[in-house]
Structure formats: C-alpha cells, structure tokens
Write a protein that binds this ligand. Sequence first.
Ligand code: COI
Length: 380
Amino acid sequence: MDNLYLGYPKRQGSPPDLNHLLYLYTMEAISSIHIESTPRSRINDVDISKALFGSVATDHMFVADYAGSTWNNSQIKPFSNLSLSPFALALHYGQTVFEGMKAFRMHDGSISLFRPDKHYQRFCRSLERMCMPLVTEELFVSALHELVSIDRQWVPVGEDSSLYLRPFMIASEAKMGVKVSDEYLFMVVGCPTGPYYSKPLRLKVETQYIRSAEGGTGYAKCGGNYGGAFYPTVQANHQGFDQVLWTDGKENRYLEESGTMNVMLITGNTLITPPLSFTILDGVTRDSILTMARDNGMDVQERKVSVDELEQVLASGKNVELFGTGTAAVIAPIKEISIGESIYSCYIGEDSTMYSLKQQLLDIRTGKAEDLYGWNYILA
Ligand code: COI
C-alpha cells in the first residue's frame, strides 16, 4: 500500500490534543454550512434506546455536491430521499465509498465523536483507490460536528448505545459510459443503535469464496466489497453460521477478516491478529484495541495466522478467545468456529480479556476513564 499517495492534509499536533486541535480547525468550516431545520422532529415517535442498527434515521442529513472540481452547497436539511438520475454512475459501476463511525453520550451528558481524524484518513485512502475526489478534513469533520449538534437528542444514553454515523460518497454524474464520474455527492446520515450482534457468533472458515485479493480493493471501504460478500455469507447462514471467516485469496490458508470485522485471538497474555495489507481493512476499533492491549502489557502480534495454526491452538485444550472488532460491532465474541468438517468451541467467560478490553474502550469513550490517547472529539 506504500505506493498509494495519501493526499489528505497533515495537521501538526500529537495525542492527547489531536482531536482538540481538529475541533479548533473545524469551527471555521462550520459557518459555511447552510442549515434547514426540520419543521417537526420525529424523536418522540421512536424509542431510541431500543432502535435496531440502521432502522431509524435521525431528523437531518448533511449533503454537499461536487461539480467543476470543487465541493459546493454544504447543507444540513431534513432527512429525505435523494433525487438521482437512473444514469448515475454509482448505480452502475460502483463508485461508492463509506465510513462507519460513532458519537457517544458521555457520562457528564456531553457528546463525543470517536477518532474522527482516523476515520477521515481511511476515508481518503478509500476515495483515492476508487478515483473519487477527496474532501478536506474540515469539511468531513464540520459535517459530522454540525449534524450531531443539530440531532444531539438522537444520541442515546447507555454504554452499549451510540449514534452510528455514516459519511459516504457516491458518483452522481448522469452518464451511462464506463468512466470516472465528474460529479459526486458527499453525505452524512446517522442512526441510533444498541449492540450490533445480540449474541456470540458461530463462524465458518471460508475456503471456497474470497473477499479480496492482493492488488484489489480489500483495504478500501467501497460498496462493492460488501456486495461481493453477500453470496458466501448467505450460504454460510443457510448452514447455520452467523458469519464467514475469510481466508486469503491466493491459498485460502491465512485468516483475513470475519464478516464486516477485523479478527483477533487471545491465548494467555498474547493477542494475535492478521497484519494490515492490501486485503484487510484498517479498522479503527482494531487499532484502538491493539493500542490499549500493548499499553496493558500484552504481547501483541500482528502477523499472519494460518487456518492450521488456529485449528491447532483450538484443539490444544487452552482457553482461546476469538472475536471480531469493528465500529458497529465493537467487540463481537465468537463462540464456535467450523474448520473443514470440525467444529471448535472458543472460550467465553466473565474473566475473558476481550471483555475487559471492551470495557476499557467504553470507559474512554464515555469519559469514565481518562482519554490518554486523544481519541475523543468533544462537541461543546
Ligand atoms: C462498521 O463497523 O462501521 C461497518 O462498516 C460494518 C457494517 C455495518 C457495514
């Protein structure tokens, strides 16, 4: 991935003041957003503490459009359907990129965006891979900041609850020919959510279909990566599994990701996860968990893990914790895994290290623990 130009502007500053600096830069950009408030909020029509992931939109959305090589018309308006030509390039050739991030209600009542700087950097890497124009960090964060401010009532209270935010970009030019679009929409929408998975997962190690290959788009958060995963996932669902555990595209030998999550395993004081590559998404939760685990004194190994090695450790009788990490899922424990004809159980107990890491992360996000890393962007 080193050959890819990361065109996003670099800011000066280091933790813990990184996201505070970002806040100051963002204040200037906010004034250029035109705001049209909804005449009637829907907040009393729903119980946001019970909202299932992705089912209820907040009152507003952010939209900016790109034409003539510039971003124009930044606005927040009532959540509504889009008007798009059936010729719009995104609908045919898949030029779409998205991010998934969260805003949390902190224990003092304030609201925090979690690691917007890191999400912005990944958004830029995805856009670049899909030949789409970058947005500035100020536009990205001011859109989130203003949308969450105007819809702040939609940020639920409760440790496992949050406002899931979906910044995304689509190619909107109306042209049937196969080409890079000259026009785009950049939008942010949000939905209140509780836990993404309600129970520990059963996984199937997938060795027939692949999610991504070297040189492909696996590290980018583009729509096609998700569409292409549906068929193998539905096959696994029919066989009684919740998700697939992807293996590499060349030999089907090494673990990659699980469903829409990065995957990790813990035995004793050692945490192992596949290294970032062209085929693996640079998960923000992945990075947060690895950072905390290292600082907790764990032996963190980012290295290739073969299916054989996983099978050996699962068969060894040791306690093995296996889990997925992701913005939506946070930490999703895996209870069973099928490798070939065999089914193995993974360790899930109250004393599981994955649960203490999850709690540590929640405590930082909700302000119960000190934010030593500068991960929280606090809205005033
Ligand atoms: C996320 O965790 O934000 C994801 O992108 C996973 C899924 C909801 C698409």
